[in-house]
Design a protein. Structure first.
Length: 272
């Protein structure tokens, strides 16, 4: 058992896939902020509000595999509509411009590039890897799916519980919308935000398997292989059950520590 842990910590692949897992989590704050913004919009008195809420929540009840296959086709560099739109703004090949020579439509799921220039083979920075690639494509898809999901519903429910008398009192004192949100609404949303942050971090550390399995098979060059998918490949494809168990225990320990840190920091901000 201890030999598996020793082998794991000396395995460069383990650290690369750990970095991949952390990389995918950079979309979590954006998704949470987007969910809050959308919840505020959908808490206003709008005509057809129920229809809007249903439309934004609809991707959450759709089959995840179906959505991933859809996004895989959207990202196709040959005939995908995303690159078709991008190429529409790029000057034609016979026009030799600085813009044309310095920019090309991303290869998305086929590219190892990323916005931080991380090397796909080791934990290091490589300037040639700067760009947009498979990891960024999956993050964008995750943000799109997460903004209108359960977090949005939680924020909508929390917003309905904000005491209206506090808002009305602030308005009588001449407070603007931003001041009311910062001093009245946001403190009331602290318990909900704390719960969402904790659950999102746990989900982020455990996630990535479905995307890697359906969209990329962990590629290209392992750039979309997360800890969860690494455990799967080691256990059920390479049949190294002991090694996969060791990685699972390390993943559990990381989730446990991160949750404790979130709990300790979050409790300082939560107002019950």
């Amino acid at each position: 058992m201890l030999q598996n842990f020793s082998e794991m910590f000396h395995d460069p692949q383990f650290w690369v896939y750990f970095v991949n897992t952390a990389y995918f989590m950079i979309g979590i704050p954006v998704a949470i902020a987007g969910s809050l913004f959308l919840a505020i919009l959908l808490s206003q008195k709008l005509r057809g509000l129920t229809i809007y809420r249903t439309l934004f929540y609809l991707p959450s009840i759709t089959s995840g595999v179906a959505l991933m296959i859809l996004w895989k086709n959207l990202y196709n560099p040959e005939f995908g509509p995303i690159n078709a739109i991008i190429n529409w703004f790029i000057p034609p090949p016979h026009i030799n411009t600085i813009f044309r020579s310095s920019f090309a439509a991303p290869q998305w799921l086929l590219s190892t590039k990323n916005i931080f220039g991380l090397d796909p083979e080791q934990v290091a920075i490589a300037t040639k890897q700067l760009g947009i690639g498979a990891r960024d494509a999956i993050i964008i898809m995750g943000i799109w799916a997460g903004i209108g999901g359960s977090n949005m519903l939680l924020y909508i429910a929390a917003l309905t519980n904000v005491p209206q008398e506090l808002i009305e009192a602030s308005q009588l004192d001449g407070a603007g919308r931003w001041s009311i949100f910062r001093n009245v609404t946001w403190p009331q949303l602290a318990p909900t935000t704390f719960f969402i942050v904790v659950m999102s971090f746990i989900g982020g550390l455990q996630g990535g398997f479905e995307q890697a399995r359906v969209m990329t098979n962990g590629g290209p060059a392992g750039t979309t292989t997360t800890m969860a998918y690494y455990i799967y490949t080691k256990a059920f494809e390479e049949f190294q059950i002991g090694y996969a168990s060791a990685v699972s225990w390390v993943l559990f320990a990381i989730i446990f520590v991160v949750t404790l840190i979130n709990w300790k920091i979050g409790n300082r901000e939560v107002s019950y």
